[in-house]
Design a protein around this ligand. Structure first.
Ligand SMILES: Cc1ncc(COP(=O)(O)O)c(C=O)c1O
Length: 384
């Protein structure tokens, strides 16, 4: 039995909310914690800012334990778009016109845009590995990415879980090979924290950014950037503020230079430790099983109804709280998405990626069987 239910979230009761993946959803309990931090700040803003470095250090300690990394190797950032921008800003200082950066055609559009904007002026080329839809086996995907490495490859940029296709990428294999060849690995883990097991020390990526505000359900604007100590010196802050000349704890140059970016609202960062405790109290493995079961059922139903095929060709690899189906090629995705929302109150991702019409379903503790049934019934009515 789940201890959490739909009424623990402010989500509108009349909407079948099957898109937790895009922006997460925060329960009342964590919104209250955030509100308490904001009140505490506003009661004595000057005193609060004097205490802020140690409050942030404590919040980083909890996050670092959760992620399996050193407390001074991770900083809070507002979102993983920001984290990626810090990484690419640094990367632009490490490459030149002879360099190649390997990525795939399943990455998040805004991050690819950031990659091109930062490294474009250096003349380095971005090599995009073609991953077909439906997606082949994990071993095949890893091989395709590794096959793109050449002596000119300086970096690889890869999502841990893809946004357009909801697939877990073989980051362990790719990072290990990159490390062996001296290639910098930059991982976009936007969908990973709270969703799949993470141990950053074991993974060994050079740079890893992830959102807490998706699957950990923390308030919007809570994400992190991990940088391996061996690379930290080569990763300057994107925004210059007081840095080492400020009132930080001098625990590490990396933290001091990146953490204080001028006056901003730190309440979402400070809520993360409470979120980690809330997840533990609410039997997170059970929450994950619940979501995995529901999304698998949703995609299996589309297959049974003859509407499409799973986006992942290997059934054993469909293990996330997001699963996706590829519909028949002639489906008008824009019209279908609108009809599902307007006529059936179903909020779900329906889009075209690499020419393939894709339905991506996400489920969390607030998702119920009736949400999945509503999606099935709507798709049957519209497409059969
Ligand atoms: C793979 C991936 N990367 C980056 C992002 C951007 O996240 P944010 O808007 O929190 O920066 C997303 C958002 O959905 C994503 O799915």
């Amino acid at each position: 039995m789940l201890s959490l239910q739909r009424s623990d979230w402010p989500l509108l009761p009349n909407i079948h909310f099957l898109n937790h993946g895009s922006f997460g959803a925060t329960p009342y309990a964590l919104l209250r914690t955030q509100h308490e931090w904001r009140l505490r700040l506003e009661q004595q803003p000057v005193q609060f800012h004097l205490e802020l470095p140690s409050l942030m250090a404590e919040a980083r300690t909890h996050l670092a334990q959760y992620l399996g990394c050193g407390v001074n190797d991770v900083i809070y950032v507002e979102n993983s778009t920001f984290g990626c921008n810090v990484a690419f800003h640094a990367l632009a200082r490490m490459v030149d016109a002879s360099s190649q950066i390997v990525t795939t055609d399943h990455e998040y559009g805004a991050c690819i845009r950031a990659l091109r904007n930062h490294v474009g002026p250096t003349g380095a080329s971005v090599v995009t590995v073609d991953l077909p839809i439906p997606i082949p086996s994990r071993a095949d995907v890893a091989q395709r990415i590794i096959d793109a490495f050449t002596p000119q490859t300086r970096a690889v940029f890869l999502s841990h879980i893809t946004s357009p296709t909801g697939a877990q990428m073989p980051v362990e294999e790719v990072v290990a090979e990159a490390r062996r060849r001296g290639i910098i690995s930059i991982i976009d883990g936007s969908h990973a924290p709270g969703h799949i097991a993470l141990d950053l020390a074991t993974l060994g990526a050079d740079i890893y950014t992830g959102n807490c505000h998706k699957w950990m359900c923390t308030p919007k604007g809570s994400a992190f950037l991990f940088v391996n100590p061996q690379v930290q010196e080569r990763v300057p802050p994107l925004v210059t503020s007081w840095g080492m000349d400020g009132t930080g704890l001098r625990a590490s140059a990396f933290v001091d230079e990146h953490e204080y970016l001028g006056t901003r609202d730190p309440s979402a960062f400070l809520t993360v430790p409470d979120a980690i405790a809330w997840m533990a109290r609410n039997n997170w493995p059970m929450v994950q099983l619940h979501g995995q079961h529901l999304v698998r059922m949703a995609v299996d139903a589309m297959v049974d109804d003859g509407l499409g095929v799973p986006v992942l060709t290997q059934a054993a690899e469909r293990t996330l709280q997001m699963d996706a189906a590829v519909l028949h090629a002639d489906v008008d995705v824009v019209a279908l998405k609108k009809r599902l929302y307007d006529h059936y109150a179903v909020e779900v991702v329906i889009h075209r990626w690499k020419g393939a019409p894709i339905v991506r379903v996400s489920a969390h503790a607030h998702t119920t069987q009736s949400d999945i049934d509503a999606l099935r019934s709507a798709l049957r009515t519209e497409l059969l």
